[in-house]
Design a protein around this ligand. Structure first.
Ligand code: URA
Length: 239
């Protein structure tokens, strides 16, 4: 369980607006584990720490888990903010989604496109990004040339990159586009797909993620966002 700042915890528990809660803390009306709280940013572990307001226990209300899929276009960063002022996935969202505390669970390169998950939930992010859960990710890749059978076999069996061997992958050639392949991997190392193709002598010209687990990008258009249902979250987590 992640910690939340005391102020956020109290606002989410319905004790008032931020200003009212700040003033209640200043007046010494809030106690944490039996001691009067002095600051409002102190980390609270919901469900573990005992919080009291005017001497009465404050019930822990977990905030709703939000999970969205977005179709990331090129030239957009999969982070929440950029020191160099480049556009982020959060900047590209309609205004009403920007203050929900969403962040990307996983990464796509600046020049890659496709399926990216945004959530406010740390556990889900962990499940999706930690290698031990091995969720499949499928990409459509356009390369600089045709893969030979030998290249394809090497990529599928596992190939040595500077950070170690890759796990077995599945590669299929697209029927309707030249030098275009679908590749399914289980890992998410930095620029992994591009490095895999480069190691057999092919530069990746375009890369689009089309699936994570059993959740497909489908016909969601570039720049669009969609809230996931419980069933879709289930698909996302299926291996
Ligand atoms: N592999 C890459 O090389 N780039 C991405 O954006 C995703 C996977």
């Amino acid at each position: 369980m992640e910690s939340v700042p005391l102020l956020k915890y109290l606002v989410e528990a319905g004790l008032g607006a931020r200003r009212q809660v700040v003033s209640a803390i200043k007046q010494g009306r809030v106690a944490v584990n039996g001691k009067v709280a002095t600051g409002y940013t102190m980390p609270i572990f919901p469900g573990l720490d005992a919080i009291a307001f005017d001497g009465k226990p404050v019930k822990f209300k977990p905030s709703e888990m939000l999970v969205f899929m977005v179709h990331k276009p090129v030239d957009v960063l999969s982070t929440t903010r950029d020191e160099r002022g480049r556009k982020t996935v959060i900047d590209m969202l309609p205004e009403r989604y920007r203050s929900l505390g969403l962040y990307p669970a996983g990464r796509l390169d600046y020049d890659s496109t496709g399926l990216l998950i945004l959530t406010n939930d740390g556990n889900l992010t962990y499940r999706l990004t930690h290698p031990r859960f091995e969720h499949e990710k499928e990409y459509m890749v356009t390369t600089s040339g045709k893969l030979s059978e030998d290249d394809k076999n090497k990529l599928e069996k596992g190939i040595l990159l500077e950070d170690g061997m890759t796990y077995p992958a599945v590669i299929r050639e697209a029927r309707d586009a030249a030098y275009t392949y679908s590749i399914t991997i289980h890992e998410g190392r930095h620029r992994q797909v591009k490095r895999m193709f480069l190691s057999v002598g092919h530069e990746v010209k375009a890369l689009k993620r089309i699936r994570i687990g059993r959740l497909e990008l489908g016909d969601l258009e570039e720049g669009q966002i969609k809230k996931l249902s419980q069933a879709e979250i289930g698909k996302l987590l299926r291996r």
